[in-house]
Design a protein around this ligand. Structure first.
Ligand code: PLP
Length: 390
């Protein structure tokens, strides 16, 4: 029986050819394929700028730096996310603070976010909601909050590339990546497209884009009209801020360019598989399905079950070669955060309850319809065994 994990890449011959052609060329890094990838992704999303980074984490780090987050500032995010979303505030010497999720969306609750903004006396410089699992949460309240509290809105869309919000007043679908001041993306192999490791920030803002480009290249520019001092000669370059080497190579970008051609097909297949799960799971009592919304990008399909059964169900699926994950232990309840900031169980009841109940089922475009049926049959068998009278 084939082993199923919660996610995996889909690489085809066209991807391999595109990467091979860069390997045979002159530029392995800092070459033209980086710009080609950035331009193609910007066109796909419908934004002015995409700046590629070496990972989604590096992209988020770049975004908080470009937002001007500094030592002593605060950054507001959700407890239900991968640690990197909050860690990037720490990288800047700032303090991450959290607003609990709304159980109906699994994303940051706007009312709780507003409460945090009102009660915290120290400056919240950036707000980072996460489109968890690919769910395109209503971003409008967060735009108002960012405006009212003079914060920069950064969407962590590492789960939602290819999703959209819509339809707006004009009947337009707005691709994920267009709504926040900056949007961070990840190209890890379990994501919608992959470059191996990789990430990017999408933005319409010219100032943020320039800061992002500096930040990923040590703070160094070689662009003549950006120089602060008179050039020493045609070789002139200037380090203007402190940055990192967060560049994505041409090799990675070649894979990204090729994958991007299939992004819509990948997301469409994810939606089909999610719908299949919804159909098959609908008869199963005790299994709650994730929230649905038009434009969902379905990075994950996280079901909820009774917490006392979750461990045994997880083990039962593993015995049947269905190897899953749980997304996520709430970030503030990791030992590091508890020790450093004094967070404790009970601080984020909705995120904690979700964590105790959830398992992410396999969901990736290479899956066949029969794989979905196999996973659901396996879950059904578990319930028959654990509750034969039901
Ligand atoms: C919500 C979220 N943010 C950020 C990241 C970091 O992305 P990367 O692994 O590309 O560094 C991830 C990775 O899974 C993620 O799920």
């Amino acid at each position: 029986m084939k082993s199923l994990s919660y996610g995996r890449q889909w690489i085809d011959d066209a991807d391999i050819d595109e990467v091979a052609s860069v390997l045979k060329g002159d530029w392995l890094t800092q070459g033209p394929t980086v710009e080609r990838f950035e331009k193609a992704l910007a066109d796909y999303i419908g934004v002015r700028h995409v700046v590629a980074f070496s990972s989604g984490t590096a992209a988020l780090h770049g975004a908080v730096a470009a937002a001007g987050v500094e030592e002593g500032d605060r950054v507001l995010t959700t407890p239900l996310t991968f640690a990197a979303t909050a860690n990037v505030a720490l990288y800047m010497g700032a303090e991450p603070v959290f607003a609990d999720i709304y159980h109906g969306t699994l994303c940051m609750h706007p009312r709780k976010a507003e409460e945090r903004l009102q009660e915290l006396p120290r400056k919240i410089k950036a707000i980072i909601p996460v489109s968890f699992a690919g769910y395109p949460f209503d971003i409008e309240p967060f735009k108002f909050m960012a405006h009212d509290y003079d914060a920069v809105l950064i969407e962590d869309a590492c789960h939602s590339l290819g999703g959209y919000r819509g339809n707006d007043h004009y009947g337009d679908r707005r691709k994920i990546g267009r709504d926040a001041d900056m949007t961070a993306l990840s190209f890890h192999p379990v994501k919608h497209i992959t470059t191996g490791e990789g990430g990017a920030v999408a933005t319409d803002n010219n100032v943020f884009a320039r800061r992002l480009r500096l930040f990923r290249n040590h703070g160094i520019t070689r662009t003549a009209d950006e120089f602060e001092e008179k050039p020493d000669g045609p070789w002139h370059s200037e380090m203007q801020t402190l940055g990192f080497n967060y560049r994505l190579s041409d090799i990675h970008c070649a894979l990204g360019l090729s994958q991007l051609k299939r992004l819509d097909a990948f997301v469409e297949r994810r939606r089909e598989l999610a719908n299949l799960y919804r159909g098959h799971l609908s008869g199963l009592r005790g299994v709650y399905q994730p929230p649905a919304l038009e434009g969902h990008a379905y990075h994950l399909f996280p079901i909820r079950v009774a917490p006392e059964l979750r461990g045994a169900l997880f083990a039962h699926l593993a015995e049947n070669d269905v190897r899953l994950q749980v997304h996520y232990p709430p970030v503030p309840l990791h030992p590091y955060y508890k020790k450093r900031f004094g967070y404790k169980k009970g601080d984020f009841p909705e995120a904690e309850r979700f964590y105790e109940e959830t398992i992410s089922l396999p969901l990736f475009p290479l899956m066949e319809d029969a794989d979905v049926k196999r996973v659901v049959d396996c879950i059904a068998k578990f319930y028959e065994k654990s509750n034969p009278a039901a």
